[in-house]
Ligand binder design. Structure first.
Ligand SMILES: NC(=O)c1ccc[n+]([C@@H]2O[C@H](COP(=O)([O-])OP(=O)(O)OC[C@H]3O[C@@H](n4cnc5c(N)ncnc54)[C@H](O)[C@@H]3O)[C@@H](O)[C@H]2O)c1
Length: 236
């Protein structure tokens, strides 16, 4: 498949009912990709945006922290589209509390949604990419990994795991044409350049780090929407 044409490709986007995932799904649809959305929340609005962009899409209720749910969703994607070329593992949770107030159950819930989900999603969607010799996996990290975010210790720990996951897996699967992209929102362009160099050393020519610099959730989403509206995201 040509790296220049997205037509016919399929992107799975988790957490696309709202926020950054919604913006990315809309952009990918405008680039000609068909979109499958996994979210706990209803995503009709995003499906309508995908169709308005001239593509097709569907959404299923899926808890990405639950392997059985993810397998059912993957079966639905196979049935509807027969393939998955791009996995955007975007859904994540970021509750805030003082460390003393965290319960074990709350800690596990953050880890389960932000980290365990990567195991389930990658197990389900990586094999067809490797077989096809082309694929993109986009993971949502956070600049908090580099700066720390008081009140968000479980979240930042989970995003550190995301970075470790992608760096190791990138070296393992790069030779099969599958690229992992790290969205560490809020990072600076300088740290992007440094991280990119590291990642390229691990998997030459196969992995790219994408970081967008901004501070608040609202302005990050606005910025990503703006970038998404002017730049084809997945043809790298
Ligand atoms: N917003 C920011 O400034 C920012 C900064 C750094 C990183 N991020 C990361 O970007 C990603 C998206 O952030 P956002 O601000 O758009 O989030 P958001 O809260 O606006 O949307 C997250 C979506 O994920 C869904 N979701 C939550 N738990 C789920 C589960 N178990 N299964 C399936 N879907 C689930 C929600 O229903 C929601 O639609 C997250 O991984 C977040 O950690 C965001």
């Amino acid at each position: 498949m040509s790296e220049q044409s997205a037509d016919g490709r399929v992107a799975v986007v988790t957490g696309a009912a709202a926020g950054i995932g919604q913006a990315l799904a809309g952009r990918l649809a405008a680039d000609g990709l068909r979109i499958a959305i996994a979210d706990l929340a209803p995503a009709e609005e995003t499906v309508a945006a995908v169709e308005a962009a001239g593509s097709e899409g569907f959404a299923e209720r899926c808890d990405i922290s639950d392997g059985t749910d993810v397998d059912k969703f993957a079966a639905a994607v196979r049935e509807r589209f027969g393939r998955c070329d791009v996995l955007v593992a975007n859904a994540g949770v970021y509750p805030i509390a003082k460390f003393e107030d965290w319960t074990w159950e709350q800690w596990r819930a953050v880890m389960s949604v932000n980290v365990d989900s990567l195991f389930h999603l990658t197990k389900a969607f990586l094999p067809p990419m490797r077989e096809a010799g082309w694929g993109r996996i986009v993971l949502a990290a956070s600049n908090g990994v580099y700066s720390g975010l008081p009140g968000l210790t479980p979240y930042v720990a989970s995003k550190g795991a995301v970075v470790g996951f992608l760096r190791s897996l990138a070296g393992e699967i790069g030779a099969d044409g599958v690229t992992i992209i790290n969205d560490a929102y809020n990072a600076s362009p300088d740290s992007m350049a440094a991280a990119l160099k590291t990642l390229v050393q691990i998997a030459p020519g196969r992995t790219i780090a994408v970081r967008w610099s901004d501070s608040s959730r609202t302005s990050t989403i606005a910025l990503i929407t703006q970038i998404a509206n002017s730049t084809p995201l997945m043809i790298v």
